[in-house]
Design a protein around this ligand. Structure first.
Ligand SMILES: C[S@@+](CC[C@H](N)C(=O)[O-])C[C@H]1O[C@@H](n2cnc3c(N)ncnc32)[C@H](O)[C@@H]1O
Length: 507
């Protein structure tokens, strides 16, 4: 007869998962968001533990920001199950929240029971301190022993680090320049690994291309080899209990190892989907040697890889077209006194994403919640650009929107004004601050609205934000090709199928 499982006899991971479900809804929302308390469900924790390569006989494990201990529990389970697993484990966890710390202590006790049954020695500790400050401390003393762990398993907190904060200073002392806690945790953990040590982390994908993450990308690639990356197709699936909508990826890094020629990139629909597909992608296609911003690209499928090659074979960089891209200069809350709901004498058009309509900017929009106009005066002069044809793209798409890249043409033939203001949620393509030739602008908008470019874009951008740097980093057809394509753009944008046909021919 099977005995009912009591909390004491539950495997550590089941116990941690039960604690996660019990405690998550009770956490104070403010504290939760400040400390990034979104805990890993058991299937993902298991998957992460399985990403470690061969484990040495004795493993010193780090779990920084351990929550209720799901990741450690999954690691222990994996280590015990392996045929040639470790004989002893020494686990160091960091957790600042005392409530979670109590559950963590119970998980570690369950890990100890599991290890004892399996004949594996386990020692563990909880350090109830700020991991970043703690990691920096030995580096600041004379007796530093920073490289101490064989393995690190992380689901770090996501939150901004303020300039001037203690954490920021501590990170600088470690040679790490980053503005988000999650990259800070990964960088600090890498610094604390022994050479050859392995790190497996689940984090937002934003570090792969965000301009602010460039120093982190460089740090990561300089100190480790990128071995494996796993992507969940469905953005909502990984942390669906917690309604986390960030696109997350899981990756394995090996400290101080030369980068191998290929990176294994795998994809599954969700943690429940066991049909992961995987392929070995040349590292040269993941980080392009020509890329000044070292974006990490994820050409997940073979089709992605082929598309990337075709887009990269396009002949021009943006500057070759004589075109530049900038972010809209009107930050509306800073210009509050100068905003007008409707146009009035002495004001100029103010364009928001809400003015996009069938591939063109349609202005004014009397029913819009946002203002339609900006008063023209000495204070606002620097926020405007002169009359001309501009291509605009949205900087943020909503989660539901199918496309990341959405472009529209600002046509002075439709909006009669000597000046115009573009709001900060837009990027605008221009030529030395002035408008573009009409056909070129139309062709550019058509190109940016194609499915192929949107798909390519997704390979290096996992979030709904489109940075000007991302647009600068794209490859473009030649001026003549764009002008020709622009000829297909009538009173409205052609339908998607037609756009794709035209752009396919350019690729
Ligand atoms: C994203 S949660 C993940 C928890 C756990 N690793 C998991 O996967 O379920 C991050 C955890 O880090 C903790 N935390 C936040 N800031 C921290 C800091 N500076 N030092 C140590 N822990 C921290 C939070 O309380 C939270 O439990």
């Amino acid at each position: 007869m099977l005995l009912p499982e009591t909390p004491d006899s539950l495997p550590a991971l089941s116990q941690a998962d039960a604690a996660r479900r019990e405690v998550s809804p009770t956490l104070d929302p403010k504290q939760r968001s400040k400390l990034g308390q979104f805990m890993t469900p058991a299937p993902i924790a298991n998957f992460m533990a399985g990403m470690f390569d061969h484990l040495p006989e004795t493993v010193r494990l780090l779990d920084a920001g351990a929550g209720v201990g799901s990741l450690t529990a999954a690691f222990v389970r994996e280590a015990i199950a392996r045929k040639q697993g470790p004989r002893s484990l020494d686990v160091t966890t960091f957790e600042v929240d005392s409530v979670l710390g109590q559950h963590l202590a119970e998980t570690l006790a369950a890990c100890a029971r599991e290890c004892e049954e399996a004949g594996v020695a386990l020692t563990s500790r909880i350090i109830p301190e700020d991991y970043i400050l703690h990691a920096a401390a030995p580096l600041l003393s004379e007796h530093s022993a920073p490289e101490q762990y064989d393995c690190a398993i992380l689901n770090p907190p996501y939150a901004k680090i303020n300039t001037g904060s203690k954490a920021r200073k501590a990170l600088s002392s470690m040679g790490i320049e980053t503005t988000n806690l999650y990259t800070a945790f990964v960088a600090a953990a890498l610094a604390q690994l022994k050479p050859g040590g392995q790190l497996v982390a689940i984090t937002p994908r934003s570090f792969c291309n965000g301009p602010y993450f460039e120093p982190f990308r460089r740090f990561m690639l300089e100190h480790s080899a990128l071995r494996k990356i796993h992507v969940y197709e469905s953005r909502k699936q990984a942390f669906k209990d917690d309604e986390v909508l960030q696109e997350n990826i899981i990756y394995q890094l090996i400290k101080s190892q030369p980068q191998a020629a290929a990176v294994r990139i795998s994809l599954s629909h969700s943690p429940q989907d066991l049909d992961a597909t995987a392929r070995d992608v040349p590292f040269a296609e993941v980080v392009l040697s020509s890329d000044p911003h070292v974006f990490i690209r994820l050409p997940v499928s073979k089709e992605d890889g082929d598309l990337a090659q075709r887009v990269r074979a396009l002949p021009c960089a943006l500057r070759d077209l004589g075109v530049a891209v900038s972010t809209g200069r009107v930050v509306d809350f800073r210009a509050r006194d100068h905003l007008r709901k409707d146009p009035e004498p002495g004001s100029v058009p103010l364009i928001y994403p809400g003015h996009f309509d069938g591939g063109y900017v349609s202005w004014p929009k009397p029913s819009a919640r946002k203002p339609n106009a900006l008063v023209s005066n000495a204070e606002t002069a620097a926020l405007m650009v002169p009359r001309g044809t501009y291509v605009l793209t949205k900087r943020f798409s909503s989660k539901e929107e199918k496309r990341r890249l959405v472009a529209a043409v600002y046509d002075p033939g439709r909006i009669d004004s000597d000046l115009v203001g573009f709001e900060n949620h837009l990027n605008y393509f221009h030529s030395s601050g002035k408008g573009l030739p009409g056909d070129l602008a139309l062709g550019l908008a058509l190109f940016l609205n194609s499915t192929a470019v949107d798909q390519y874009f997704r390979q290096f951008s996992g979030h709904t934000q489109v940075n000007a740097t991302d647009l600068r980093n794209l490859h473009y057809p030649a001026v003549r090709q764009l002008e020709e394509a622009g000829g297909h753009f009538g009173e409205t944008l052609p339908d998607q199928e037609r756009i794709d046909e035209i752009v396919e021919a350019l690729l």
